[in-house]
Design a protein around this ligand. Structure first.
Ligand SMILES: NC(=O)c1ccc[n+]([C@@H]2O[C@H](COP(=O)([O-])OP(=O)(O)OC[C@H]3O[C@@H](n4cnc5c(N)ncnc54)[C@H](O)[C@@H]3O)[C@@H](O)[C@H]2O)c1
Ligand SMILES: O=C(O)C1=N[C@H](C(=O)O)CCC1
Length: 250
C-alpha cells in the first residue's frame, strides 16, 4: 500500500521538529517536505503533499491554510489563536474546495482532550468553575487555545443545563485579577520557565471542590494525536474542530 505523503510547516519549531520525527518514524507515512519560515509553499505542490501539518504561529497560519485549501491539500492544524472570524474565513475557503479536510486541534494530547470532556460533564453540577492554564514563557498567545476551548465547552454545558450565573461578589479588582472572561468562565494564564503545557479546571460546590488537572511534560504527548489526525483528515472533508471528533468521544 502506498504511503500517505505528509508535509510539516513550522518544521524547526518546538512541536514541529517533534512532528517531523514522528512522521518519519511512522511506517504508513512519508515525510515529503519540512518547511520553515521563508520556505516556499509551492514546495507542497511540487512534492505532491497530501496532508500538511501546520504548527507555526497565529500570524502565519491563515496564509498557510489558504494555500493548502486552494491546492486541495488536507491540513492538520495545531497552531492556536483561533477566533470566530478566522474560523468563518477558513470555512469560506473550504466551501470552494469541498473535498478538502482540515482538522484544527486546540490540543493533540489525549489527556488534554479528556480534561475538556470531563470538565464539560462536571460543569453543570458545580456552582463555580474557573480554568487555570500554565505554559512555557515562549508562548505567543494567551489564554491558550486549550483553555479557551475548555471554557467554551464548559459555558455551553452550563447554558444547556440552565445553570445559574457563577457566584462572585468581587466589587473592586486590579485589571486582570479575575482572569480573562471566556463566555462567562474566568481563565487565568501563567507563563513560567520550566513548564511546558498544563491546565487545571477548578470546580466548586457547597462544601466540596473538584480539580481536573492535565500536564504535558514533553512534546511527545502531542504526537499520537497528530498522527491520528493525519490518517483521518484525508477521509473527512470540511472543517473538524477538536480531536475528540476523531476519538469518537462525542
Ligand atoms: N494543538 C496542540 O496540541 C499544540 C501543542 C503545542 C503547540 N501548539 C501550538 O503550535 C504552535 C507552534 O508552537 P511552538 O511551541 O512549536 O512554537 P515555535 O515558535 O517553537 O515554532 C513555530 C515555528 O514556526 C515557524 N514559522 C513561523 N511562520 C512560518 C511560516 N509562515 N512558514 C513556515 N514556518 C513558520 C517559526 O520560525 C518556528 O520555527 C503554537 O501556536 C502553539 O500554541 C499546539
Ligand atoms: O506550547 C504551546 O504553545 C501549546 N499550545 C496549545 C494551546 O495553546 O493550548 C496546546 C498546548 C501547548
Amino acid at each position: 500500500m502506498s504511503k500517505l505523503r505528509v508535509a510539516v510547516i513550522g518544521a524547526k519549531g518546538r512541536i514541529g521538529s517533534e512532528a517531523v520525527r514522528a512522521v518519519e518514524a511512522a511506517d504508513d507515512l512519508e515525510l515529503v517536505a519540512a518547511l520553515g519560515r521563508g520556505d516556499k509553499l509551492d514546495t507542497l505542490v511540487e512534492t505532491g503533499a497530501q496532508v500538511a501539518v501546520e504548527l507555526t504561529n497565529p500570524d502565519s497560519v491563515m496564509g498557510n491554510l489558504d494555500f493548502c485549501v486552494r491546492h486541495g491539500i488536507h491540513a492538520v492544524v495545531g497552531t492556536t489563536g483561533w477566533t470566530d472570524e478566522r474560523i468563518a474565513q477558513l470555512e469560506a475557503s473550504l466551501a470552494a474546495s469541498p473535498e478538502t479536510g482540515v482538522l484544527i486541534a486546540p490540543n493533540f494530547s489525549i489527556g488534554a482532550v479528556l480534561t475538556m470532556k470531563f470538565a464539560q460533564i462536571a460543569a453543570p453540577y458545580f456552582e463555580s468553575v474557573e480554568v487555570v492554564e500554565l505554559h512555557h514563557p515562549n508562548k505567543a498567545d494567551a489564554p491558550s487555545g486549550t483553555a479557551q476551548r475548555t471554557a467554551q465547552l464548559i459555558a455551553a454545558a452550563r447554558r444547556e443545563a440552565g445553570s445559574a450565573p457563577q457566584p462572585d461578589a468581587t466589587s473592586t479588582a486590579l485589571d486582570g485579577a479575575r482572569g480573562a472572561d471566556v463566555d462567562g468562565v474566568p481563565v487565568h494564564s501563567v507563563r513560567l520557565r520550566g513548564l511546558l503545557a498544563h491546565q487545571e479546571v477548578l470546580l466548586g460546590g457547597e462544601g466540596e471542590t473538584l480539580t481536573v488537572r492535565h500536564d504535558s511534560l514533553h512534546h511527545s504527548s502531542f504526537m499520537p494525536g497528530i498522527l491520528l489526525g493525519v490518517r483521518r483528515v484525508v477521509s473527512t472533508p470540511g472543517l473538524t474542530f477538536g480531536l475528540e471528533h476523531f476519538l469518537d468521544l462525542n
